[in-house]
Design a protein around this ligand. Sequence first.
Ligand code: AP5
Ligand code: MG
Ligand code: ZN
Length: 239
Amino acid sequence: MWMRKLERSDLTTIKAKKGWLKMHLILFGPPGAGKGTQAERIAKKMGIPHISTGDMFREAAAKKTELGFKVKEYMDKGELVPDDIVVRVVEERLKQSDCEKGFLLDGFPRTVFQAEVLDRILERLNRKVDAVINLEVGEEEIIRRLSNRRVCRVCGAVYHLIFNPPKVQGRCDKCGGELYQRDDDREEAIKRRLKVYLEQTKPLIEYYRKKGILVDVDGNKSIGEVEKSIEQILKEIKD
Ligand code: AP5
Ligand code: MG
Ligand code: ZN
């Protein structure tokens, strides 16, 4: 069953089925695992919003809003933004009408506290997290991915100089925006982010495994292969 070749059209067919909407998914994994890359693809196919707390904070920092000033210092150092700030931002975002269709969370929750708050928010809405997709990637590969990552300053699209290069050097394929290297993709900040992940975020794997909704995915494979594995899992969840 797992080995069956998955056709690209499968998701479109599933999407049309009743109940496909309203999926509440979490894409989980260490820094650089490919959460953003996969979330963008999967959310687009499923027609649900891709909610990345990291993207929201970077946007606020770029716009120099009050929130942006507060979070930038933590992000640049590779530390977690304090729970109270994160939870307020997510709660606000989940109230927006597009989330009625379901959502795909990327980079949230990152602490047990955040996971518990999410459960409470969903409970109030009579909903629950349907699945947590855990992208497993080795540390060497993470460093290879993060040190060559480039991000579009305008639309946030993610590239890799070797594994997923833009067609024109330094320019976004989608909008022509300038590509830049994230401030937290420096060696020192990468090391800190990995440590913070192990100490504060990895315990969530057990939190969700106990609930029986965690699915492990080998994230070391190519972008296309990982995408196929995720599609297969989502299909099985609905079948
Ligand atoms: P966030 O933006 O969430 O960063 P992160 O978790 O460190 O994850 P990344 O975005 O670095 O990696 P990714 O898994 O999305 O990988 P990507 O797809 O880009 O958070 C940043 C900061 O914000 C945090 O440190 C914290 O300060 C703060 N923050 C955010 N949320 C928070 C929260 N809930 N609580 C507290 N603080 C919070 O891929 C990486 C690279 O690899 C790319 O170049 C990509 O092209 C390439 N790639 C992807 N997949 C593959 C593949 N299969 N093969 C080869 N290359 C690949
Ligand atoms: Mg990301
Ligand atoms: Zn762009």
